[in-house]
Design a protein around this ligand. Structure first.
Ligand code: FA5
Ligand code: MG
Length: 352
């Protein structure tokens, strides 16, 4: 049965169930084990919770307002009008608290319609940590301690942030190859959430992206590689075991770096989509659905203007193609490009 709200393409269904976080010979699974063993044994572990969650779990229980942008079909994969694919492991926070759990880790795959670049993928993994009784100092000591353990040679910084479900809130970034990479969000669990779950506070929570940690730890330059079934990738992690020393983490060995090819596409945007984030996520969504072989490396908005007379808005996107496995030929790029153009056209974007 399909619901008219359902916007989950087939390729997402195929990635569901890969459970990279449970694969102990994969960077994502290895990082999970490393985080779990560093935090010690005081935490209960939940790593098999169903990613199909209710709207109440993913949004309402976290005080995310009904009109919040993250609920839109341009941002979230909807199963039906009451269910989504969880966009974060925080979806399980409130019910576990209400169920009497006081200190726990939730690990699982999360799903978002998001931009396309080396650090974003529509399916990714998070670990959520929650501790009732922990203070803000304890939270910051825990997350910065974890970063220091994983990345002893990297600078990190804590910045103020905002989440509807924590107050105050912070983010942690790691300086990696000259660039600040956001890896984690955290904060003190909102009083209302504790009250609803009938829990005496305070309590803290954090949510960390496992792909981001793995990319920094193992020097993996592109998040698409996490899904590669090429033995030249998957064979590099065999023999590592739970509790390995991050200082001894092997670095990803690229077997070859093939050249990139870029193509631009320019169109007039339908009136309803002039919010650039909607268009960025929609274009990325279309590209993901067509590019099943994962040849697109990034999609970037390179130009945007409003026509002075007609008021119409035009946007240009640059699509970059590159494979980790081989040199791409023009024919196959053209084929994908033609499909993308025709799908954009069908969705009301007027090609120029
Ligand atoms: C959250 O998801 C919050 N639930 C985190 C949180 C938990 C805050 C508990 C407070 C208390 P955010 O959207 O920033 O926050 O995502 C957290 C991390 O998930 C990011 O820092 C990043 O490491 C990872 N992440 C998010 N989107 C993607 C994506 N598309 N691809 C890969 N990793 C992602
Ligand atoms: Mg964030």
């Amino acid at each position: 049965m399909t619901d008219k709200l359902n916007n989950i393409p087939g390729y997402i269904d195929r990635l569901r169930g890969r459970n990279l976080h449970l694969n102990q010979q994969h960077p994502v699974g290895l990082v999970k084990l490393t985080v779990e063993s560093w935090l010690g044994h005081g935490f209960e572990h939940f790593d098999r919770l169903d990613p199909v969650v209710s709207v109440a779990q993913n949004f309402d229980s976290l005080l995310i307002p009904p009109e919040h942008v993250c609920r839109r079909t341009s941002d979230t994969f909807w199963v039906d009008s009451d269910h989504v694919l969880r966009t974060h492991t925080s979806a399980h926070q409130a019910e576990l608290l209400a169920g009497g759990h006081r200190q726990f880790l939730i690990t699982g795959d999360c799903f978002r319609r998001d931009e396309i670049d080396a650090r974003h993928y529509p399916v990714f993994h998070q670990i959520e940590g929650v501790r009732v009784g922990g203070s803000a100092d304890d939270l910051l000591a825990t997350v910065t301690g974890l970063m220091g353990f994983l990345f002893p040679d990297c600078e990190s910084r804590v910045t103020d942030s905002y989440f509807p479900f924590t107050d105050p809130s912070w983010e942690i970034e790691i300086l990696h190859e000259g660039r600040w990479i956001e890896v984690l969000g955290c904060g003190m669990v909102h009083k209302q959430i504790l009250q609803n779950a009938v829990v005496e506070g305070p309590a803290w929570a954090f949510g960390v992206g496992l792909e981001r940690l793995a990319m920094i730890l193992f020097g993996i330059p592109d998040i698409r590689l996490m899904w590669s079934e090429d033995p030249r990738f998957s064979g590099q992690w065999i023999g590592l075991h739970a509790g390995f020393d991050p200082k001894q983490a092997p670095k990803f060995q690229p077997w070859s770096v093939f050249p990139a090819t870029t193509r631009d596409v320019t169109f007039w945007v339908p009136e309803a989509d002039i919010d650039p984030v909607i268009t960025i996520n929609n274009v990325a969504g279309i590209v993901r659905e067509i590019d099943l072989g994962g040849l697109v490396e990034s999609v970037e908005m390179v130009d945007q203007f409003r026509h002075p007379k007609t008021g119409r808005v035009s946007m240009s996107f640059r699509i970059q193609y590159r494979s980790w496995e081989r040199t791409l030929v023009n024919g196959e790029i053209n084929e994908i490009q033609t499909e993308i153009r025709s799908r954009l056209n069908g969705d009301g974007y007027v090609l120029r």
